[in-house]
Design a protein around this ligand. Structure first.
Ligand code: ATR
Length: 275
């Protein structure tokens, strides 16, 4: 049977096996999907073992391996190159030596969740991206390609927002992408969409934003879970609508499954199950 896996460290809370096994069931695809906790010092050996195992056809990558796996791939999809991180690898066995091809499905998963599940219209939207780490880097490009009129990036450490914008501009995104400071946000008109791509929620914190900029916005927390700090804050600050990242998790997985198997699985049943 074809094998797939997720690697990360630690991996105690991963939902990926549950999600992919349900996808496989609903598409009648014969495969196995296992969680492999891999410590950073064991990464190289694990990737070598995957290459050498003929039944292994791909794997997902999560924290802290997304950048280091990218560096070890033989080829990269455009999204992965732009994101500087890989969350999905195809082990291509159609050639004599297996090739590892790295992809990043986070952006496609976010766009799919926003537009299809939550009915958000990205076309022409003014979007505020809060955060400038890996999560923001992997999703700004796909959001622009999905039709956003502009993206402003704000971050606690302003220099990182500037660096993120520079990185994306060097890849061809230009006029409609800008770094903004917290102070400058005070003078901004309300945004259509505000996305929290910071990890602040994991510390029970929320990014510091002026409430008036989210008054007409669809607010999205990439963190998932019930009642995240950002979700609570956005509701109390009067956001038009608020959602958290469970749908993005399911949709990025569906994109990965599609890359591996050539079929896009239905996602609503898995979304309802996890919620
Ligand atoms: P990831 O890959 O998940 O994006 P990261 O690269 O460590 O992780 O980035 C974390 C992001 O969350 C950064 O934008 C970080 O802001 P700084 O660049 O200023 O560190 C942001 N972040 C983390 N904790 C935060 C907090 N308590 N308030 C606001 N932003 C926070």
């Amino acid at each position: 049977m074809d094998r797939y896996a997720v690697i990360g460290w630690p991996l105690d809370y991963t939902r990926s096996p549950q999600i992919h096994r349900r996808f496989a069931e609903s598409c009648a695809e014969a495969l196995t999907y296992e969680a492999h906790p891999v410590a950073p010092e064991d990464l190289a050996d694990t990737l070598q073992a995957f290459r050498e195992r003929p039944s292994m056809h791909g794997f997902n990558v999560t924290v802290p391996h997304k950048e280091s796996v990218m560096a070890r791939c033989d080829a990269l999809g455009d999204e992965a190159a732009e994101a500087g991180a890989v969350n999905t690898v195809i082990i291509d066995r159609s050639t004599t030596t297996p090739r590892m091809v790295g992809h990043n499905t986070d952006g496609a998963g976010l766009v799919q969740d926003l537009t299809q599940r939550h009915g958000v219209s990205l076309n022409g939207a003014r979007l505020l991206m809060v955060g400038a780490g890996g999560a923001a880097r992997g999703t700004c490009g796909p959001l622009l390609r999905a039709g956003c009129a502009s993206i402003d990036v704000v971050n606690r450490t302003a220099a990182r927002a500037e660096a993120l914008v520079e990185h994306l501009r060097a890849r061809g995104h230009s006029a409609n992408l800008a770094a903004v400071t917290r102070a400058a946000l005070e003078g901004q008109a309300p945004y259509d969409v505000v996305i929290n791509a910071t990890s602040s929620g994991m510390q029970g914190a929320v990014p510091d934003l002026p409430p008036k900029i989210i008054r007409e916005a669809f607010c999205y927390d990439m963190l998932y879970g019930e009642d995240t700090p950002f979700e609570r804050w956005a509701r109390s600050a009067g956001a038009r609508q608020v959602a958290t990242g469970l749908g993005m998790l399911v949709e990025q997985a569906a994109e990965a499954f599609h890359l591996w198997r050539g079929v896009r699985p239905p996602t609503n049943a898995v979304f309802d199950l996890l919620r």
